[in-house]
Design a protein around this ligand. Structure first.
Ligand SMILES: [Zn+2]
Length: 269
């Protein structure tokens, strides 16, 4: 296993019972899915720029110790693995943004109406296999180490998109920590808040986004499975107009990893 010496010193080498969940960093749209979308190529690229958590795999997961990474292989516009599978359980479904989006971030039509068979086939191709990988990774951590932390890794635009129920003019924090009432301990909230604050960033708790993903089989059942979400404001590390990294991306990414490492060490010590 390749390790980075400076990361070790900064405490960002994560233990093997951490499962990093990276649901939103892919921009991949499979060719067989592309015809479902009502957008021109240019409009689709612009929508991917707005909705993708760009570079979150490179930022959180690169050289990050023994943590296991579960990363969605397709864009959230294909299926959003962070949403509940059933629209009845998913609050965003009423806005056309359940696991299969029907609208864009501007609440304009995104894709043509799908048949039930088409929806099932999207979920079978991309949603369920992703959650099976997550379930297996969490089960392996619990079996081998007696515990697991799901670190749910995201980023968010500096100004709210129209689909969000958030004031676009509101000043958004640098870092958002998302929590789950059952699976996120106070020690985790305190440790993550402290680590990022100490690094000089402003931190919001469940603001502008809330929650932390836990595999369905453990949700509200298994205290050995802890979860916390970290969302990084994209203004810190990328040019939002064209989704390219800022020149100091590597430095910011190393600091983000160091904060996560320190927080986990502190929360579990
Ligand atoms: Zn996200």
């Amino acid at each position: 296993m390749e390790r980075n010496a400076s990361d070790e010193v900064c405490g960002s080498s994560l233990p093997p019972w951490v499962v990093m969940h990276i649901p939103h960093d892919s921009t991949s749209i499979p060719p067989e899915v592309r015809p479902q979308f009502l957008l021109t190529d240019a409009a689709l690229v612009a929508e991917l720029n707005r909705m993708t958590d760009h570079l979150t795999h490179a930022m959180f997961a690169t050289r990050n110790g023994d943590a296991v990474v579960v990363r969605a292989p397709v864009s959230r516009l294909v299926v959003d693995v962070e949403r509940f599978a059933n629209d009845e359980d998913e609050p965003m479904a009423s806005r056309g943004m359940g696991a299969i989006y029907s609208v864009t971030s501007s609440l304009a039509p995104l894709r043509r109406p799908l048949s039930d068979d088409e929806r099932v086939s999207l979920m079978n191709a991309w949603y369920h296999p992703h959650h099976e990988r997550l379930e297996l990774a969490v089960a392996a951590a619990v079996e081998q180490h007696g515990q697991c932390l799901v670190l749910d890794c995201h980023s968010f635009p500096s100004r709210a998109l129209p689909y969000e129920q958030d004031e676009a003019s509101l000043h958004r924090p640098d870092i958002c920590i998302g929590t789950d009432a059952f699976h996120t301990t106070d020690a985790l909230v305190d440790a993550f808040t402290h680590a990022f604050s100490e690094a000089g960033w402003t931190v919001g708790i469940n603001q502008p986004f809330s929650g932390a993903l836990v595999p369905a089989s453990r949700h509200l059942r298994d205290h050995r499975v802890r979860a916390v979400m970290v969302e990084v404001n994209r203004r810190l590390y990328m040019h939002e107009e064209d989704a390219t990294p800022k020149p100091d991306f590597d430095d910011i990414a190393a600091r983000i990893r160091a904060c996560c490492g320190k927080a986990i060490t502190d929360a579990f010590s």
